[in-house]
Design a binder for this molecule. Structure first.
Ligand SMILES: [Zn+2]
Length: 128
């Protein structure tokens, strides 16, 4: 299971400038997101054993929390899988998901803005 579905579609993503309270700006660019996404592959590779266990979870989108039939939880309970290692994995996975979510939100936002702009242009120039 990988979160790389949006790979290769970054070229149209707008740049976002986030003003920082201590001054200056944080520039969030598609390029930086790409760096983070390519890091995700390392996460999957580094936690190959957990990924292999996750295949046996009942649900494909298992969060390895309280889901029934979770193979990762079972391995933790049996002591086969180290708890600290799992927590590291969960933390990195959460970060990956947060990055993917904020990217999807920005895309949706851009789509709404684009629609509103199109409508305004249509209202202004579309009627003859
Ligand atoms: Zn699971």
């Amino acid at each position: 299971m990988r979160a790389n579905d949006s790979r290769g579609r970054h070229t149209t993503t707008a740049r976002v400038l986030l003003p920082l309270p201590q001054g200056g700006c944080l520039i969030d660019t598609p390029g930086m997101r790409e760096v983070k996404l390519s890091g995700d592959e390392d996460v999957a590779d580094a936690f190959e054993d957990i990924e292999a266990l996750a295949v046996h979870c009942r649900f494909r989108d298992c969060g390895h929390g309280n889901e029934p039939g979770c193979a990762v939880r079972a391995a933790l309970d049996e002591g086969v899988l180290d708890e600290a290692r799992f927590l590291n994995y969960a933390k990195l996975r959460d970060e990956m998901e947060a990055a993917a979510t904020s990217q999807a939100e920005r895309k949706a936002e851009a789509r709404v803005m684009g629609k509103a702009l199109n409508k305004r242009l249509k209202d202004k120039y579309g009627r003859r």
